[in-house]
Design a protein around this ligand. Structure first.
Ligand code: ADP
Ligand code: MG
Ligand code: ZN
Length: 494
């Protein structure tokens, strides 16, 4: 069945489950370092995270605070009593034989992101990492285990089945990643496994209410894979239904090489986790008396991605793609805003003029300047170009004091030594030549040196003018005002 006819006949229903490793200093229930960059295996471990008998866990309050921040940002409700449960299962990456999680009382209930209702957000601990080694000559293949990640704080967010397309699922995941970074909860790097997405997918005939049988897809390790895995499932499920098959509820894995989902286990094989309240941890009251001042935390939240999006759209009147760039790159956004407030002081013209200047600033920042930063591997916080100086450069372009060609060179100098653009332009004589007398003399010289094209122009070949303009620009090292050059040349030639 072709994808177009599937889209006409069926509607996808999607719910997402997202895990994110929290960027706390220490692990969830012990003092071991939570260091995702540690490459040496099994150094950040202790009797507590290894589940030795008699070792007692202690709740990491920073992890609780982080999940609360996420909940507040999403507009969810924070539970008054925070309580943990044991989820029992065996797997070699789980040294304790159980995972401490939250089953009955998640920290957060409800909330909304991108129009998708949030069911819950809870706190649990991560498992270790398994490394399957290749079969080497003379050696058996083996599986190695690294427990550095065991018991690292892990947040799990579950959505209602409100998502209706693969593109919306991807957008949700991207927005959530930004949110987690904005509220300093997780680095949420999908390639590093700091953010992991499971997609629950079913389809139903358009116009009907009842949900179809859902399939849960795991091993999705990029935003692109979110989209591709869901698209693959929609087609697979529709083709099965069209062939008169019955779908079964199962867990499937995304194969990033073959671009397909593969069945892992069916509902009948699902684990019975025998959840029960964690006996080694007391309930935690999320009240101001216990150091969890919800109202204060709500007030202290930073600007959130959607708030920044709205503000940048209205305040600076930038096009959508640029607004999105700044929302996704808050450090560039900060730099932009500092420069913008300087630039405002200089362009005291009309609202139109100001909007043009703000756009020019955004254009230069996201093109030439960003390219230079990337080329020199320089983070924007470390550049020698101050926002004030950058704003000054933009002002000079905006007011036609320098040409855009000269601006590139000036920016290079500023980038190399942090100098003031006004000084660079003055010292190197790069100011736009708008002196009519000076330009006339140069134009006269060029016309005499290129009598052929000059004659062509007089004979009606309008294009010949462009060549002469180019020669004048070259002669003035790009400092001439191109419009004036054009005027002066036509005047002389007539
Ligand atoms: P399970 O018990 O299998 O984990 P849940 O009811 O906890 O199922 O839901 C898990 C996720 O699956 C949630 O994100 C939820 O929105 C989503 N979901 C539930 N039913 C469906 C369905 N029929 N189609 C798509 N997603 C669904
Ligand atoms: Mg589930
Ligand atoms: Zn430990």
């Amino acid at each position: 069945m072709r994808e177009q006819s599937i889209a006409e006949k069926y509607e996808p229903v999607i719910g997402l489950e997202v895990h994110a490793e929290l960027n706390t200093r220490t692990k969830m229930f012990c003092g071991c370092l939570n260091d995702p960059l540690e490459e040496h295996p099994n150094v950040n471990v202790c009797p507590v995270c290894m589940g030795h008998p008699g070792a007692l866990p202690v709740i990491n309050r920073d992890a609780v605070l982080r999940v609360m921040r996420v909940g507040l940002a999403l507009g969810g409700e924070i539970t008054a009593k925070c309580h943990f449960d044991r989820k029992n299962y065996f797997y070699p990456d789980l040294p304790k034989g159980y995972q401490i999680s939250q089953y009955k009382y998640p920290i957060v209930s409800g909330g909304m992101l991108n129009g998708v209702r949030i069911t819950r957000v809870h706190l649990e601990e991560d498992a270790g990492r398994l490394l399957h080694t290749e079969h080497a000559s003379g050696k058996e293949s083996a599986t190695l285990v690294d427990y550095n990640r065991a018991s690292v704080p892990l947040m799990e967010l579950v959505t209602e089945p409100d998502v209706r397309s693969s593109a919306d699922a991807k957008r949700f995941a991207e927005e959530l990643q930004m949110l987690l970074r904005y509220v300093w909860v997780s680095d949420a790097d999908m390639e590093r496994g700091q953010m992991r997405i499971e997609a629950n997918i079913s389809i139903r005939p358009k116009g009907t209410e009842a949900f179809g049988t859902k399939v849960e897809v795991k091993n999705i390790n990029s935003f692109r894979a979110v989209e591709k895995a869901i698209e693959y499932e929609i087609v697979r499920q529709a083709e099965a239904l069209e062939a008169g098959e019955k779908l079964r509820q199962e867990t499937r894995g995304w194969d990033d090489v073959k671009n397909i989902t593969v069945s892992q286990r069916s509902k009948e094989e699902a684990n019975d986790y025998r959840y029960f309240p964690e006996p080694d941890l007391p309930p935690l009251e999320l009240t101001p008396e216990e150091g969890f001042d919800i109202e204060r935390m709500r007030v202290m939240l930073p600007e959130l991605p959607w708030q920044k999006r709205a503000r940048f759209g209205t305040l600076y009147k930038l096009p959508t793609n640029q607004v999105e760039f700044f929302v996704a790159n808050p450090r560039f956004a900060d730099y932009y805003e500092k420069a913008a407030s300087e630039l405002r002081e200089w362009v005291d013209g009309s609202a139109d003029d100001e909007a043009r200047a703000m756009n020019l600033l955004a254009n230069y920042l996201t093109s030439d300047f960003q390219a230079l930063l990337q080329q020199k591997l320089c983070p924007i916080e470390e550049t020698l170009v101050t926002p004030e100086n950058f704003a000054e450069l933009i002002k000079m372009i905006h007011k036609n004091e320098i040409s855009s060609r000269v601006a590139k060179d000036v920016l290079m100098v500023m980038f190399a030594d942090g100098s003031d653009p006004t000084d660079v332009v003055r010292d190197q004589g790069l100011g736009q030549v708008s002196d009519a007398g000076a330009l006339e003399a140069i134009a006269q010289k060029i016309i005499e040196a290129h009598s052929g094209p000059a004659a062509d122009y007089k004979g009606g070949k309008i294009n010949a003018l462009q060549f002469l303009v180019g020669q004048v620009m070259k002669e003035t090292k790009g400092t001439a005002n191109p419009e004036m050059v054009r005027d002066v040349l036509t005047k002389i030639l007539q």
